[in-house]
Design a protein around this ligand. Structure first.
Ligand SMILES: [Zn+2]
Length: 81
């Protein structure tokens, strides 16, 4: 019997921003980490979201799908300084 019900990718994407900001509690952190261990897609998403947050914190306020996060990152990189 599973103690923790595994999170779906959608649930992880929804809390990923809070997770990176350390706004999630320990139990949720554990569930997210467990999911990230098994899901390469979410690992990539969280990594890109982290990069996006570092480069442009204001962009993260809107809810982007994983594909959008990459597009945003690309746009930031291509934008002349
Ligand atoms: Zn996932």
């Amino acid at each position: 019997m599973l103690i923790f019900k595994l999170m779906s990718c959608q649930q992880v994407a929804k809390v990923a921003s809070d997770y990176l900001d350390n706004q999630t509690d320990g139990k949720l952190n554990l569930k997210i980490r467990l999911h990230l261990m098994m899901c390469a897609n979410c690992r990539r998403f969280v990594k890109h979201l982290g990069l996006t947050k570092t480069l442009a914190p204001q962009v993260v306020r809107t809810h982007h799908a994983p594909v959008d996060a990459e597009a945003v990152l690309k746009r930031i990189k291509e934008r002349p300084q």
